[in-house]
Design a protein around this ligand. Structure first.
Ligand code: SAM
Length: 223
C-alpha cells in the first residue's frame, strides 16, 4: 500500500525513540514494527497521532494499545518465526498484523463484531495471509487450533483464564495483563509439561477482558 512519506518517517522515528531507547532489543520485533503501518489501524480523526507514544480510541470504548506496549508484549513472546499464536482481543488488528510478521500463523478473537470486521478490512490492505479473525469470547480460547506456541491477551483479566493455560503447548508462553481497574501487571506464563511457572513484569493499564473466564459485563462501571 502506498503511504505518505511522513507516515514512514514518523514510524521509523517511533521505533528509534520509543523502542530502541527503551528496552526493545529483538531485531525481528523492531523490523516488524518498522514495517506495519499503524496509521491504517487508527480511525481517520486520530491518524495524525498514529505514531505517538500513546494508546488511541478505536470505538466501542476500546483502544489500540500504546506502540511500545505492542512491541514489549511481542518481544516477551520470544518468537522465532515458526509458531502458531493465539491473540485475545483483536481490537484494531494492529497487534495481529505485527505478530503475522514474526510468527507462522496467527489466530485472533474479538468480542465486538464491528471491531473484528474493521480489523479484517485493515489487515486486508496489507499483504498478510496468515491471520484469521473470529468473533467470540476469547476467555474460552480457540480449541480447534490448539495447542498454541504462544498466547497473547491484550485486555486485563482478574486471573489467567484456565482455558488459555490448557491450550498452551508444552514449552509455550502466555503473556497477559492481570489485575483490576486501577492497573495491572503484565504476566508471562511458561508451560513445562503439566507444570506452569510465571513472572510478573511491568505495570500497565488495559481495558477489561470481559467473558466467562474474565470480568463480568459492567464490572468496571465506567464502561
Ligand atoms: N490488540 C488490539 C490492537 O492491536 O488494536 C488492542 C486491543 S484492546 C486494548 C482490547 C480488546 O479486547 C478490545 O477490542 C476488546 O473488545 C477485546 N476484548 C475484551 N474482552 C474480550 C474477550 N473476552 N474476547 C475477545 N476480545 C475481548
Amino acid at each position: 500500500m502506498a503511504e505518505k512519506g511522513s507516515y514512514e518517517a514518523n514510524r521509523l522515528r517511533m521505533v528509534e525513540e520509543q523502542f530502541v531507547r527503551r528496552d526493545i532489543t529483538d531485531k525481528r520485533v523492531l523490523d516488524a514494527m518498522r514495517k506495519v503501518p499503524r496509521h491504517i489501524f487508527v480511525p481517520e480523526e486520530h491518524r495524525h497521532l498514529a505514531y505517538s507514544d500513546c494508546p488511541l480510541p478505536i470505538g466501542q470504548n476500546q483502544t489500540i494499545s500504546q506502540p511500545y506496549i505492542v512491541a514489549l508484549m511481542t518481544q516477551m513472546l520470544a518468537l522465532k518465526g515458526d509458531e502458531v499464536v493465539l491473540e485475545i482481543g483483536t481490537g484494531s488488528g494492529y497487534q495481529a498484523a505485527v505478530l503475522s510478521l514474526v510468527a507462522k500463523e496467527v489466530y485472533t478473537i474479538e468480542r465486538y463484531e464491528i471491531l473484528a470486521q474493521r480489523a479484517l478490512e485493515s489487515i486486508k490492505q496489507l499483504d498478510v495471509k496468515n491471520v484469521t479473525v473470529q468473533v467470540g469470547d476469547g476467555t474460552l480460547g480457540w480449541p480447534e487450533h490448539a495447542p498454541y506456541d504462544a498466547i497473547l491477551a491484550t485486555a486485563a483479566a482478574p486471573n489467567v483464564p484456565q482455558p488459555l493455560l490448557d491450550q498452551l503447548a508444552d514449552g509455550g508462553r502466555l503473556v497477559i495483563p492481570v489485575g483490576g481497574r486501577i492497573g495491572q501487571y503484565l504476566e508471562s506464563w511458561f508451560r513445562e509439561g503439566d507444570k506452569f511457572r510465571h513472572e510478573q513484569t511491568v505495570a500497565v493499564a488495559f481495558v477489561p477482558l470481559l467473558g466467562k473466564h474474565g470480568w463480568k459485563d459492567n464490572a468496571w462501571d465506567w464502561l
